[in-house]
Design a protein around this ligand. Structure first.
Ligand SMILES: CC(C)(COP(=O)(O)OP(=O)(O)OC[C@H]1O[C@@H](n2cnc3c(N)ncnc32)[C@H](O)[C@@H]1OP(=O)(O)O)[C@@H](O)C(=O)NCCC(=O)NCCS
Length: 357
């Protein structure tokens, strides 16, 4: 085994395509990413193909991405990254360090963290935040100030604590079984339709059709302001047609279905739900953003867009075994809907924060 001084943090080269001559490090980064997630979660539902991840690394007007691969001799054993939103006066940075399990407890994580914190300070960022899955384990647990949820005080939790982080929020990862009968979804959809006669369901696949761009942009801008953030800090985001186009370009090669509720009288889009799957239609599907605008809550629009989305998803991805989603553990209104539909918890994540002095 090499010593810590032999470990290299090599800035990731972003290739033009995954077949480009300089794509080797990117391919290794994706391999180690998928391996680490399998080691933590015990399944491959978080895996993504290299060509489907690459568009997320395209230069962006809205975010600066910095990533390094962790190289031990000839072997890529992990990755480290910190992203800086480019909103005005942003103080935040979002980071990750992911090492394959046989490289833990050698001080590599700590060395990577020094690089992360130094990079954040150099960019004038003072609020650092990171998420990690904490698999169920016996022993002591930690609870966030929200009072909702706990995580085991495991290796990753001790790592965060030792580097001055506090646990701010617990997120629940749930799964919906797409192979089971849809009776409940159909019943809930019928109830939601009956409770929302002033609204209709509209659906599209990314890229967003021109007629929905403005409404979708407004709803996307409300995600950071309207979702429960506990003690975490997020910048207000401005979304317009250009930002929607950049967002949609990240899903090139994958399928994103957006199901929205439209107020019939005004044409306003008031709620939406996103479902995503890659080229491999036998993999797990991912539910991404879901939101009901504040002024339109109380009409069962959350249930409406989720159930309508799941029902048509059965035709889009009939071989996908399940849908994976994440919710804040204190987000009772959203969890009530998901639990009624049949989503069941499978894992918990911690959201961690440190304010640099
Ligand atoms: C969390 C994670 C990044 C930590 O990395 P790591 O390399 O194991 O961390 P370190 O080795 O620097 O420190 C971990 C432990 O090893 C000990 N250690 C540090 N240097 C050491 C060395 N040279 N030899 C032996 N042990 C050492 C530390 O004291 C620490 O002990 P503790 O768990 O009792 O606090 C890593 O486990 C990981 O990738 N986990 C999966 C992804 C994840 O959860 N990431 C969290 C951030 S997104």
């Amino acid at each position: 085994m090499n010593t810590l001084t032999d470990i290299e943090f090599r800035p990731l080269v972003i290739p033009a395509s995954i077949d480009a001559p300089d794509a080797a490090d990117f391919l290794e980064m994706v391999r180690v990413r998928n391996l680490v997630y399998r080691q933590i979660s015990g399944h491959d539902d978080h895996a993504i193909a290299a060509d489907e991840l690459l568009p997320h690394f395209a230069p962006s007007e809205y975010e600066e991405r910095n990533m390094w691969i962790v190289v031990d001799g000839d072997a890529v054993i992990g990755r480290a990254a910190i992203d800086f939103p480019l909103e005005n006066d942003s103080k935040v940075g979002f980071w990750l360090i992911e090492l394959q399990q046989d490289s833990w407890s050698r001080g590599i994580g700590t060395a990577a963290y020094e690089l992360i914190e130094r990079t954040a300070r150099d960019r004038g960022r003072s609020v650092l935040q990171s998420w990690a899955e904490h698999p169920a384990a016996l022993g002591p647990t930690l609870a966030p100030p929200t009072g909702f949820g706990t995580i085991p005080e495991d290796h990753a939790a001790r790592f965060f604590l030792r580097h001055g982080y506090s646990l701010e929020q617990v997120e629940r990862n749930s799964a919906f079984d797409l192979t089971a009968p849809f009776d409940t979804v159909e019943r809930l959809l019928a109830e939601a339709r009956a409770a929302s006669p002033e609204y209709r369901v509209v659906q599209w696949f990314a890229p967003t059709p021109a007629e929905y761009v403005d409404g979708y942009a407004w709803m996307k801008s409300r995600m950071v302001t309207d979702a429960p953030a506990a003690g975490l800090e997020f910048d207000e985001e401005t979304w317009d047609a250009a930002r929607i186009a950049e967002h949609d370009a990240k899903y090139v090669g994958r399928t994103m279905q957006v199901t929205a509720a439209q107020h019939i009288a005004t044409g306003e889009l008031c709620a939406f739900n996103e479902l995503v799957i890659g080229k491999d239609r036998t993999e797990a599907s991912h539910q991404e953003d879901t939101l009901v605008l504040k002024e339109h809550r109380g009409h069962k629009l959350g249930t409406l867009v989720k159930c309508a989305g799941l029902l048509s998803w059965r035709e889009v991805a009939p071989l996908s075994p399940r849908v994976i989603t994440y919710n804040a553990e204190e987000n009772r209104p959203m969890l009530d809907i998901n639990e009624a539909i049949g989503f069941a918890p499978i894992a918990y994540e911690g959201a961690w924060k440190k304010v640099l002095s």
